[in-house]
Design a binder for this molecule. Structure first.
Ligand code: URA
Length: 238
């Protein structure tokens, strides 16, 4: 059993505050009876909830892509900092979305959210090896030795062991870095360990997904086909 207003939110009708006037207007029925009180408990497995006469499907699996701007922490809540949740449009805020992995406050780019706990764990598991591609601007220039150090799996100064990663110099002080895990400040720390302090970092790719022109600070929902492609991508390193 769950609250009717939560069920309506999960079905994509709107946020809690948007759902309230819809209920008040008598547009929602449970087994044919108009219910105006969002606190009423419903059993979606046994009862039929309709909006304007059309049955609702309940919780849908959602995956949302954000182009994260710098200045926001990846957390569901934080006492001091602005969080990435604040960038979600209101109708998505009540959908139990959680960030998939983490981008640092200063890092920009592709950040996924999902309400599917299993998918979330599969995507962040280093065993699944979903490759993530980062663009880094940094001090110095990546050498062949740096490329080999990344490829052989680096051990950071504090003993953190990194899986093999791909470092590709694309210009003076500019590189692409591909990693299959998400350790704390991983790319910045790997680059720093090779004497290349990172001044700017952007995640450009995760598995098969790219930002593909999504403006900074904006979000878009992934289609079911995109979600399936993402799930199927257990990411062999390029
Ligand atoms: N590596 C980092 O150092 N920072 C990020 O935000 C992501 C990967």
């Amino acid at each position: 059993m769950e609250r009717l207003d939560k069920f309506l939110c999960d079905s994509g009708v709107g946020s809690r505050s948007q759902v309230k006037p819809i209920l008040k207007a008598g547009r929602v029925t449970v087994d044919g009876i108009v219910i105006r009180d969002g606190a009423v408990k419903v059993d979606p497995g046994k009862q039929t909830v309709c909006l304007d006469g059309s049955p609702l499907g309940g919780k849908q699996r959602l995956v949302v892509m954000m182009n994260k701007p710098e200045g926001f922490v990846t957390a569901t809540e934080d006492r001091e900092e602005r969080t990435v949740m604040e960038l979600l449009p209101s109708e998505l805020r009540c959908q139990d979305l959680k960030p998939v992995g983490r981008l640092d406050k200063a890092t920009e780019g592709l950040l996924l959210f999902t309400n599917d706990g299993d998918l979330l764990h599969r995507l962040i598991s280093p065993k699944k090896e979903v490759p993530k591609v980062y663009y880094a601007r940094h001090e110095g220039a990546a050498t062949q030795e740096d490329v080999e150090a990344f490829a052989s799996g680096m051990v950071l100064r504090d003993g953190t062991k990194c899986l093999p990663a791909v470092l590709e110099a694309i210009g003076p002080g500019e590189s692409l870095v591909t990693v299959c895990e998400g350790k704390y400040h991983q790319v910045r720390r790997m680059m720093a360990a090779r004497g290349m302090h990172v001044s700017y970092l952007e995640r450009r790719k995760e598995g098969p997904l790219t930002l593909d022109g999504l403006p900074r600070g904006q979000v878009r929902m992934l289609s079911e086909a995109e979600i399936q492609e993402l799930e199927g991508n257990t990411g062999n390193m390029p």
